[in-house]
Write a protein that binds this ligand. Structure first.
Ligand code: PMV
Length: 369
């Protein structure tokens, strides 16, 4: 019996299974670019197969990107076969994560075992910058895989379905990667107040966004550029037994609900309260898990205090957010660029490793190259 999926019906995994059999090409190559994203409401805690315990929303970035070329050659042997190159150098350290990714997505892109793949990838930001490349990297690779599926399938795939499938696959590589395919604001995780939102894929924020939030900057202050102290996999798992988990998930959903009004009215003061509160709540979860972690460094706190002082003295709308690390994302509207840039260079850069920071702006998402 045919199943009709209306526009508003709940999305299911079945929608992402291949619809037709493939006509295998001998070899070929596709390429895609995808940006990083910065969450305003954070995802921290998951269930099932990479499904979020609460809904999140992020600004898609534009300068911090991964570019990936995926070449494929027909093979007869069983299992997965692939090599990974980062900036032209073979990178075997990436293989276990990609192996796991392939295992998770095989049923949705079963051609994976029919080819030997070469993954050539490069980031527009330094690999050692401490910026997570998993969101941009996994989403770029996912988009390449969807492009290959389109080459092998006789049936046309709509652009929307292609983008959703790329987000669906990216999620299975790294949760936050599901939010990198589109822009400028993407929701991931089912939220009762946001139509079309889903635990399976990231979807563009569907409601009105005031001009106050239409062109934001994110300057990423590189406070600590070392290896991540706690992997996000470990961090998410610590939320299973966390004494504050239930309240935290409710708080994030509540914050997202409040942001609907904030986005509509352009209320920057409330935006700041929610965004900074989210960053500190995320870190509070890490500080109160078992085992516990402090991922902020003394310079992270120094920067936060200076942002608060600057805001108080100037009435600026600049604010900060944090990922699961010590680096600080400084968010501000484009009309404040001149003043905030000066402030960053003079007062915040001295607290960065080697004075380094990356200027980024909100962008539109991934594309094929
Ligand atoms: O996508 P993951 O599994 O690396 O988790 C990322 C989680 C945070 O970056 C801390 C928050 C978020 O929503 O991006």
């Amino acid at each position: 019996m045919p199943i009709f999926v209306s526009e508003f019906a709940e999305m299911t995994e079945h929608q992402f299974l291949p619809k037709t059999s493939y006509t295998f090409l001998e070899s070929g190559s596709v390429a895609a670019q995808s940006p990083s994203n910065i969450a305003l409401v954070k995802y921290w805690g998951k269930y099932g197969e990479q499904l979020p315990k609460n809904a999140s929303v992020s600004f898609t970035l534009s300068q911090c990107r991964t570019e990936t070329t995926l070449s494929f050659e027909r093979k007869q042997s069983e299992g997965f076969e692939f090599e990974v190159y980062l900036e032209g150098k073979k990178e075997d350290a990436f293989k276990p994560k990609i192996q796991k990714f392939f295992e998770r997505i095989e049923r949705y892109v079963p051609f994976l075992t029919a080819y030997s793949f070469t993954i050539e990838t490069k980031n527009t930001f330094p690999h050692s910058s401490g910026i997570a490349s998993s969101a941009s990297g996994m989403s770029a690779l996912a988009l390449c895989l969807v492009a290959i599926e389109q080459l092998l399938s006789s049936e046309e795939m709509t652009t929307q379905h292609g983008t959703e499938k790329a987000s669906f696959l990216a999620r299975l590589g790294s949760g936050s990667a599901s939010r990198s395919l589109q822009g400028p604001l993407v929701v991931w995780g089912k939220h009762s107040r946001i139509e079309g939102s889903s635990d399976l894929v990231g979807t563009p924020y569907p409601y009105a966004v005031h001009s106050n939030f239409q062109s934001y900057h994110d300057t990423i202050l590189l406070v600590d550029t070392g290896e991540k102290q706690v992997s996000s996999t470990v961090g998410h798992n610590l939320m299973h037994e966390h004494p504050f988990a239930t309240l935290r998930f409710a708080q994030a959903n509540e914050h997202l609900e409040q942001l609907i009004t904030v986005f509509e009215t352009g209320d920057r003061a409330q935006f700041i309260t929610i965004v900074e509160g989210e960053a500190l709540s995320l870190h509070a979860m890490m500080m109160t898990s078992n085992p516990y972690f402090v991922l902020m460094k003394p310079n992270t706190l120094e920067i936060i205090n200076r942002i608060w002082k600057f805001r108080k003295e100037t009435g600026s709308s600049v604010c900060f957010t944090l990922d699961a690390g010590a680096n600080v994302h400084v968010l501000y509207p484009s009309e404040e660029k001149e003043g905030v840039s000066k402030f960053i260079r003079k007062e915040l850069a001295p607290f960065c490793k080697d004075g380094a920071f990356i200027d980024d702006t909100v962008g539109t998402g991934a594309s094929l190259l």
